[in-house]
Design a protein around this ligand. Sequence first.
Ligand code: FES
Length: 142
Amino acid sequence: MEPERLEIPLFRPYKKLIEITIQGKKFQIPENQMLLRAFQYLCPDTIPYGRYCWNEECQYCRVSVKRPGSQKVTQALSCKLMVEEGLEIHELAEELTRNLRPLFQPAPEETPPGEESGASHGPAPGAQPGGRGSRESEEKRG
Ligand code: FES
């Protein structure tokens, strides 16, 4: 017999998305959440695997932030900080930097021409069959 599963919602109830800035880039996240949970909303495939205690002890969720209406950048724990419209996150702890990396990688269609986004085993874009250095051109030369 399978154990009964508790249905605990991941996110606190929210009615709208609000805008925050992470290292200069704007993102929409649900209101009424702790910042670390909002990070999980943005990166559901990485944040759950981070080494976070979610309990104000490990410090792996440390950020420097500027709250709306303030000019002062302060340190905060994202597992304790409630999100606000216009919140600016300036610096991220190493663990967060690693887990939020997908937010700052260009989408495949954004990759500039001539740059490849991943490993490729095929010819370079624009390469012509028999181009310079190919076996075919070697054979024709002699
Ligand atoms: S997750 Fe451990 S201190 Fe915030």
